[in-house]
Design a protein around this ligand. Structure first.
Ligand code: G3H
Length: 272
């Protein structure tokens, strides 16, 4: 199924008359569980993507290294403006700077929360999300509480996500499962809990663990969440070919630090 016509692929948000798709303005507030901003969730039609450059509106251009300098961050934000990436994804301490550079563009600032371990208190994650939004973030990518998931403390996993979803309203939350650390059953349960807690997307990986996105995991996640929730493939996506495989498996957003290589038809040699 192709992306719905009224979904802006850059923001993943439904184009509602009078509602800007660049993260500014007033968005409808959600009630109870469920994402408060409608997002582009459906599978993309790979046939409509003919070149690396066509992938740009689906890419979260990512710089999450702790040693990233101001200069590095400015470079990434400028690259995003130039190539028309969907978003720039950075640590929460860096989102204000990036948001300033992106002002007036369609590229949306993302902050990660509880990153990369997911082991912070839910209240700390919620606080970080709220503060990041105050600094200009318009999407939040949080890491799931992996220890709670492995301990089968599903109430805690759900509550942890719901806290961040509530704190982030009206902006969408992606839940990073860190799939390389999970069994198949845990991946399925993680997706179910994320969807039930109102996440807008499930996301494979932080890029800081032992493995990144795989075609099998993306396909499984899409199967579990259906078309109501987005699937973001991230970690180790290094070329347009990698990206297309993820889209074919059901991803409708890609997270990558090698975004420029992807859209210019190169393969990044960056080590995973
Ligand atoms: O959230 C996205 C990942 O950190 C990107 O990982 P990557 O550097 O392997 O592309």
């Amino acid at each position: 199924m192709a992306e719905a016509d009224n979904i802006d692929p850059r923001s993943g948000k439904e184009e509602v008359p009078g509602t800007p798709s660049d993260g500014g303005g007033t968005f409808p507030r959600g009630e109870g569980p469920g994402p408060s901003v409608k997002v582009g969730t459906a599978r993309l039609a790979p046939g409509t993507l003919r070149s690396g450059a066509d992938l740009a509106p689906y890419i979260d251009h990512t710089l999450l290294k702790p040693e990233a300098s101001r200069e590095d961050l400015l470079k990434v934000a400028e690259e995003a403006r130039k190539h028309g990436f969907a978003t720039v994804c950075v640590n929460s301490a860096n989102v204000a700077l990036v948001a300033r550079v992106l002002e007036g563009s369609k590229t949306v600032p993302i902050a990660v929360v509880g990153f990369p371990l997911g082991a912070a208190l839910s209240s700390a994650k919620a606080f970080e999300a709220r503060e990041a939004i105050r600094c200009g973030a318009r999407e939040i990518d949080m890491v799931i509480n992996l220890g709670a998931l492995k301990s089968r403390d599903y109430a805690l996993v759900h509550q942890d996500i719901a806290h961040v979803v509530d704190a982030s309203r009206p902006y969408p939350v992606k839940v990073i499962l860190e799939t390389s650390q999970l069994t198949r059953e845990e991946k399925i349960i993680g997706c179910v809990l994320a969807k039930a807690a109102g996440a807008a997307f499930v996301k494979t990986s932080t890029g800081f663990s032992s493995g990144g996105a795989t075609v099998e995991d993306v396909a499984l996640m899409r199967e579990v969440v259906g078309d109501d929730v987005g699937v973001k493939a991230s970690g180790g996506v290094r070329s347009a070919e990698d990206a297309m495989k993820m889209i074919q498996a059901g991803a409708n957003r890609l997270g990558a630090s090698a975004s420029v290589a992807i859209v210019t038809g190169q393969t990044s040699t960056a080590k995973y």
